[in-house]
Design a protein around this ligand. Structure first.
Ligand code: ADP
Ligand code: MG
Length: 214
């Protein structure tokens, strides 16, 4: 941890209950990406954050989403898309742990699991859905027991991998179901051309932060 990093989570605008949740998992000092992106997300900006693997990108979006959720808990609040099953479950675990005192319902939707059980879980209106693109697009095309039309946050985790050509068709299906008004958060290990491309789907008030330490 760098010496200049003397801001704590309290100074980033997070509420005490979230700071306590972080302490319970041994997280007390924000990483650079958390320090820079969390206040902007809390202030309503779209955000593009780039920092290497292991720099704490998950909490950089999960903490402000949880705080905003508490202020206005309603329906499916956040949709998080990530390229692999493993990442989806890791993110799901972080939301489960951090949200356990507020009865947060999260739901992981990936390939390799039973479609019907997943559809039932989506119908229960989870607050946070964490999904890989292919399986989520399958659900959108095959069932109408849930809607994303009221989501407040869209997160593209590992955005550089998601926004290459591989997931084009699935993302088109998913984006077509989302409301115009939402906060978009993109996190990535690298800033590539595809990230540039996505600036077009974010608002004018996009905050871009790239770790300079690499
Ligand atoms: P990234 O998405 O940037 O690759 P992760 O969000 O997966 O990184 O975080 C990597 C690890 O660091 C996780 O185990 C996470 O719990 C831990 N971590 C995240 N933020 C902090 C922090 N502020 N202090 C200590 N550990 C942290
Ligand atoms: Mg990550």
């Amino acid at each position: 941890m760098s010496k200049k990093n003397n801001v704590n989570f309290c100074g980033l605008g997070l509420n005490l209950w979230l700071i306590r949740q972080c302490e319970a998992i041994g997280v007390t000092v924000p990483t650079e990406i958390q320090k820079n992106c969390i206040p902007k997300i809390l202030n309503g900006f779209d955000c593009i954050g780039c920092a290497k693997t292991g720099s704490g990108k998950t909490l950089a979006f999960a903490l402000p989403i949880l705080q905003k959720f508490c202020e206005e808990p309603y329906g499916i609040f956040a949709l998080i898309i990530t390229p692999t099953r493993e990442l989806a479950y890791q993110i799901g675990d972080q939301f489960s742990i951090l949200g356990n005192t507020i009865n947060l319902r999260s739901c992981v939707i990936t390939g390799g699991m039973d479609m019907i059980i997943q559809a039932q879980n989506l119908a229960k209106k989870p607050h946070v859905v964490i999904a890989t693109p292919g399986r989520l697009a399958d659900h959108i095309e095959s069932c109408d027991t849930f809607t994303f039309k009221n989501i407040k946050f869209l997160v593209l985790d590992e955005a550089d991998r998601l926004l290459g050509n591989r997931f084009n068709d699935q993302l088109k299906v998913i984006f077509g179901t989302l409301p115009k008004q939402k906060q978009i958060l993109l996190f990535s290990a690298t800033m590539t051309d595809s990230i540039d491309k996505v600036k077009s789907i974010t608002s004018k008030e996009v905050y871009i932060w790239k770790c300079e330490e690499e």
